[in-house]
Structures are given as structure tokens and as C-alpha cells.
Design a protein around this ligand. Structure first.
Ligand SMILES: NC(=O)c1ccc[n+]([C@@H]2O[C@H](COP(=O)([O-])OP(=O)(O)OC[C@H]3O[C@@H](n4cnc5c(N)ncnc54)[C@H](O)[C@@H]3O)[C@@H](O)[C@H]2O)c1
Length: 354
């Protein structure tokens, strides 16, 4: 099924159960695929180009140096300007393959076939490609939208449960971002992930990134849960997966909204969030470890009027509201201290109950 996207949207978006070979590029193309998916690709009746790269790439290898051999390989084929790169894999692979496509011959076309839930509902859509630097995640990259996104839910059959849960947090984020508490509650219940949720998340993100492709305003809302989430993710030494960290940051954002005088979230929803997040409690770093990371966040900046001796940092925060769309506020990093403490309390309480 081709999903409706805004007129002029850069990417055609397809959501299917089984893969459809007719959605592959019409002209010359090559593949960069996660080797874990090779069997499913072939079993799905999809052709395997002789110059395909089947690789295994972890978050630790999400580096510029990883893509250089791919570029050299494409130049040896040689891959021409009219060729398309097809990226098959999770967010790490699609961020890197999209970046490589942006760099090769100053930019060739690419398609993305996401194979993780997080990839399907978030990473594959919106044209952000990137790699990590020693100083932090995704600090280098390019905006280079894929021509086509093909999300085949059948590929999720082999995805480990922890990674399904990881993607579920991005779905919960999308629901809470819009103030849709009924939808959030539904996603938080046990039971399989529904295709309709993926469709809804894709439609929402397509609208936002179309209106604000370069993240100058509205697109920043998609960072809900990421401010404290990124700090927790880094402070855990990346033992927390990205979506898990976003889930924790999401609950803390609901609590921060209340602290900032916004309408509070119903206790039942906060409890449901805490219950599902409770297994992550041992990976939640203490506040003292998070604060310096908040100061170094890539969205942090020096507040006007700061001095060399006493720099004051402010940070972009997204505050969710029940029944309404989230809002943006620029706040001092220390405002997260109280929500962090409440988050730890809520998780401990749920972990003891379990
Ligand atoms: N570009 C964006 O807008 C954007 C948005 C969100 C996240 N991201 C990036 O996405 C990355 C995280 O992506 P992710 O959560 O997909 O993790 P991932 O790409 O590391 O994949 C998770 C693991 O699952 C394996 N895998 C993938 N599909 C599988 C399948 N169907 N069956 C079995 N195993 C499978 C992978 O080999 C990997 O080991 C981060 O680097 C993050 O920065 C990018």
C-alpha cells in the first residue's frame, strides 16, 4: 500500500507485509544490506545484485570510516550517476547508507527498506543521514531524502524482542507528542505492534518533515524525550538503546511539563509508562552523571549575557500536554533534576511491585 504523503513530498512511502520486487529501482541499482536479512531478502523473491554489499554494522561502527570502503567499491563497479543505492537494515545502516549516497558523486539516489521497527517509524523517514564522531552521536551528516521508503512488516519477524520494544517507544513518543493519550495507552498495552500504528506514525512524521525539512521549527517537536534521553543514553555507556532512552526521557518530559505549570498527565498514564520502563531502572544513571552531558548536548547553547567565568547554558526542551500538541521551551539544564528524581522513584516503585 502506498501511503498518502503531502503533495511534493520527496519520498514515496510504502507499507506492506511481504516485500514487492516491483518497488525496487527501475534503472541500475546496487544494495547495501544487513547480512542478517539476506535470507529473508532472497526468500522474499528479491533479486540480489552481484555487487551487493552484505554487511553487519553496529552503533560503535557508525563512523565515516565505515562508509569509505563502500564508496571505493561503488567507484570500482563503477556505479554511475543514474544509479540508485538500496539500503536494507536498521537505523544505523540506513543512516550510513544514506550518507554514503549523499557523498558519492556529490549525491546519487537511494531507497530505504527499513527492517527494524525504529527504522520503519522514525529513522528511515525525513532525509536525515549521518555518522557519529568521537565527540557524540550523529555529529556529521547530510539531509538527503530517499526517493522511496519500503517498510515490509514481514522483515520484523526475526527482529529481537528488545529491538521491537525499542521501536515501540518511538510510537509512544508520536502519540504523546500529539497529546493522543488513548493511542499512547493502546501502544503501552501488551500485544503485538499493529501495522495501523506504523502507518499513523509515518503519516505524522511525513507531515512534520515536509513542513520543516531542516528542523528550523516544528520538526524539533520530534525530539520529545530526547533531551534527557540522550544524556541517559550516553551516561549508560550506550547500554540503553536509543528508543529505550527516549522512553525514559518521555516520562521525564511529562513530569517536567507539570513542573513548568502545564496540565498534568493522568496518573494512570504515568504509571503505565513507568511499568513498561521499570526493567530499565538499573541502567538509569544518577543525576550527577547526566548534568554535564546536558550541558554538552548538541542542542544546548550559551545563554545571552553569559561570561567566560560563569557560562550559562540553555537547552531546547519539548514539553508534552495531554490532549494537545507538545510545545517547545528553552530552559536551563538543571530543570531536569526534579523530573529525573521522580522518574527514578516511579521506576523503583514499579520494579518493586513487579
Ligand atoms: N535518521 C534519523 O532520522 C534517525 C531517527 C532515529 C534514529 N536514528 C538512528 O537509528 C539508529 C538506531 O537504529 P535501530 O534501532 O534500527 O538499530 P540498528 O540499526 O542498530 O539495528 C538493531 C539491530 O538489529 C539487527 N536487525 C535489523 N533488522 C533486523 C531484523 N529484521 N531481524 C533481525 N535483526 C535485525 C541489526 O543488525 C542490529 O544488530 C541510531 O544510530 C540512531 O541515531 C536515525
Amino acid at each position: 500500500m502506498r501511503l498518502a504523503t503531502p503533495p511534493g513530498f520527496a519520498t514515496e512511502v510504502f507499507l506492506l507485509e511481504a516485500p514487492d520486487p516491483s518497488l525496487l529501482p527501475e534503472g541500475p541499482w546496487t544494495l547495501v544490506g544487513d547480512q542478517r536479512l539476506r535470507e529473508a531478502w532472497i526468500e522474499g523473491g528479491l533479486p540480489e545484485p552481484s555487487d551487493a554489499l552484505w554487511i553487519s554494522v553496529s552503533e560503535e561502527e557508525k563512523k565515516l570510516r565505515t562508509v569509505i570502503p563502500w564508496l571505493e567499491h561503488w567507484a570500482r563497479i563503477p556505479l554511475h550517476r543514474d544509479a540508485t543505492v538500496v539500503a536494507l537494515g536498521g537505523g544505523v545502516l540506513s543512516d550510513l547508507a544514506g550518507l554514503a549516497a549523499a557523498l558519492y558523486l556529490r549525491g546519487i539516489a537511494w531507497q530505504v527498506w527499513p527492517t527494524t521497527l525504529l527504522g520503519m517509524v522514525d529513522a528511515a523517514l525525513g532525509g536525515k543521514t549521518g555518522a557519529d564522531l568521537a565527540a557524540g552521536k550523529n555529529l556529521v551528516g547530510a539531509f538527503h531524502a530517499p526517493k522511496r521508503l519500503v517498510a515490509c512488516t514481514g522483515f520484523l519477524r526475526t527482529l529481537p524482542e528488545r529491538h521491537m520494544e525499542n521501536g515501540r517507544w518511538e510510537l509512544v513518543k508520536t502519540a504523546i507528542l500529539q497529546g493522543e493519550l488513548g493511542w499512547a495507552t493502546e501502544i503501552l498495552q501488551t500485544g503485538p505492534v499493529r501495522t495501523g500504528w506504523i502507518e499513523r506514525a509515518l503519516a505524522y512524521k511525513a507531515g512534520v518533515v515536509h513542513r520543516d525539512p531542516r528542523e528550523a521549527g516544528e520538526r524539533r517537536l520530534l525530539n520529545l524525550g530526547h533531551t534527557l534521553g540522550h544524556a541517559l543514553e550516553a551516561a549508560s555507556g550506550y547500554q540503553l538503546l536509543h528508543g529505550e532512552a527516549v522512553g525514559l526521557g518521555l516520562l521525564a518530559s511529562c513530569l517536567l511539563g507539570e513542573e513548568q505549570g502545564l496540565k498534568p498527565f493522568p496518573a494512570e498514564l504515568l504509571d503505565a509508562l513507568a511499568r513498561r520502563l521499570a526493567p530499565l531502572a538499573p541502567l538509569v544513571a544518577p543525576w550527577q552523571a547526566c548534568l554535564p552531558l546536558l550541558h554538552r548536548d548538541k542542542k544546548a547553547r550559551h545563554a545571552p549575557g553569559h561570561t567566560e567565568d560563569a557560562p550559562v547554558t540553555e537547552i531546547h526542551c519539548i514539553l508534552p500536554r495531554p490532549g494537545e500538541s507538545a510545545i517547545q521551551r528553552v530552559l536551563a539544564p538543571r530543570v531536569w533534576e526534579a523530573p529525573h528524581a521522580r522518574l527514578v522513584d516511579l521506576l523503583d516503585r514499579e520494579a518493586t511491585r513487579a
